[in-house]
Design a protein around this ligand. Structure first.
Ligand code: FAD
Length: 397
């Protein structure tokens, strides 16, 4: 069998670290080619006469609210386009909602060749029942080979419901995607067993192959306003009285912390010692024009709130500058920040794993180094040399 094709070239930072990370974490390779287990499976499918040749296309579900798409849809279109090219099929997108034709047009700009648009008044707000029926119906009609969703609250909810209706599997929370051209198998990989292993999940016996994928992990492709594609309007005749739930109001959570779009992040871990340590980090973040992040240990200890957490069970971030203070750099933290352009690690243990990942490493006590950085940043600001957040500049470290 052929080697799996990564869905998209990795970012500089990921490529730099992927090999080391794989070796370090014992990440699993795809199942051994030609292993007895795999041969048996292939033979069994052939014997059962299961033929998936009528399933074609790599699709992305474009999540939206109030006519605004979640960025993960565009990020996944970048991946889908690479996979579709490798498989020699079209890239598809599914847009569901009301008054959302503009999103179908946008999806074409981000790489979709064909967009299935389900636009109806009952679909104005997300509800599991109506959206799952809409997506499942389009899947049944057009038979895609692969469907990707963002691992957002809505995306996870929807993908599970769709998988149940169309009777297929679902890989949850993928952080890497690839496709093996010969077997046409989607390879959805994610950290597993508490982050100690990377698991690659395959769906051999059902179609479409489906996965939810973490937001912020994949790069957003550049939209091309000149790109051409087709929009197919799909009929949908569900009545309001057939939907068991009503949305009375949508009250968004008020979060002051926007890690996802931060250009610079100053993050703290156990090494900050307590809430006082985070007060110092807040000063550093303020001096650098950065947002404050944290490891799970710091969050669990109650030193900072969960919205600051970076990592496997927190947020995935891609800032230009990430400063890790008193963070050891365990794999569960790494998966959330390894794609930062520049990583600066401050740690008094020269053997801390974070140094393997860091662009610049400062071995020493964070309580000596952070005040020095704050002083310097403030001096630069006072001189007017620092008009933009440090992370906004390439040589920001
Ligand atoms: P530690 O590993 O204890 O490291 C503290 C570091 O601080 C050490 O390297 C030490 O040398 C350094 N230090 C101490 N004092 C100083 C000082 N004065 N100056 C400089 N350096 C100092 N973790 C996350 O962060 N995010 C997640 O989303 C996440 N999800 C997880 C999900 C699962 C299923 C599991 C099992 C774990 C998860 N974890 C996550 C936890 C993760 O495994 C680590 O336990 C955690 O990241 C460690 O946090 P830390 O680096 O702050 O603490």
């Amino acid at each position: 069998m052929s080697e799996p094709v990564p869905a998209a070239p990795k970012t500089k930072a990921t490529a730099r670290r992927a090999t080391a990370a794989t070796a370090r974490n014992g990440a699993s390779a795809p199942p051994a080619q030609g292993s007895p287990e795999q041969t048996t499976m292939t033979e069994r499918l052939a014997e059962e006469g299961r033929d998936f040749s009528d399933h074609k296309g790599v699709w992305v579900y474009i999540q939206q609210r109030d006519g605004v798409a979640a960025p993960v849809g565009w990020q996944l279109l970048g991946q889908a386009t690479q996979m579709a090219k490798a498989l020699g099929v079209e890239t598809g997108a599914v847009v569901v909602g009301h008054d959302v034709r503009h999103l179908a047009e946008q999806a074409i700009q981000y790489g979709a060749d064909i967009v299935y648009l389900v636009d109806a008044p009952v679909l104005r707000q997300y509800r599991t029942h109506s959206y799952a029926l809409a997506v499942a119906e389009v899947i049944r009609r057009h038979k895609p080979e692969i469907v990707l969703y963002g691992s957002t609250n809505d995306g996870r909810d929807l993908a599970g419901a769709v998988a149940t209706i169309v009777k297929t599997g679902l890989a949850a929370d993928a952080t890497q995607l690839g496709v093996e051209v010969e077997t046409r198998l989607l390879q959805a990989s994610r950290p597993d067993f508490g982050g100690k292993l990377m698991s690659t999940i395959l769906c051999k016996q059902h179609r479409p192959q489906m996965a939810t994928c973490r937001p912020g992990v994949f790069e957003t492709p550049k939209p091309d306003p000149k790109r051409k594609g087709h929009i197919v309007e799909e009929p949908f005749d569900l009545r309001e009285e057939d939907i068991p739930t009503r949305v009375e109001a949508f009250i968004p959570e008020k979060s002051q912390v926007d890690l996802a779009s931060a250009k610079a992040i100053v993050s703290g871990g156990r090494g900050m010692g307590g809430p006082e340590g985070f007060a110092l980090l807040e000063e550093l973040a303020e001096a650098l024009g950065a947002t404050m992040g944290a490891s799970r240990v710091a969050v669990n200890a109650g030193w900072v709130s969960y919205e600051h957490q970076v990592g496997q069970t927190g947020q995935t971030v891609r800032p230009k500058l990430y400063i890790a203070c008193g963070i050891s750099g365990q794999i569960q933290h790494q998966v959330g920040m390894q794609d930062a352009d520049i990583i600066v690690a401050i740690n008094r243990d020269p053997n801390a794993p974070i140094f393997k990942l860091a662009t610049y490493g400062l071995v020493g006590d964070v309580f000596e180094i952070a005040p020095a950085l704050i002083r310097r940043a403030r001096e630069l600001r006072a001189k007017g040399a620092e008009r933009e957040p440090v992370g906004a500049r390439k040589n920001g470290a």
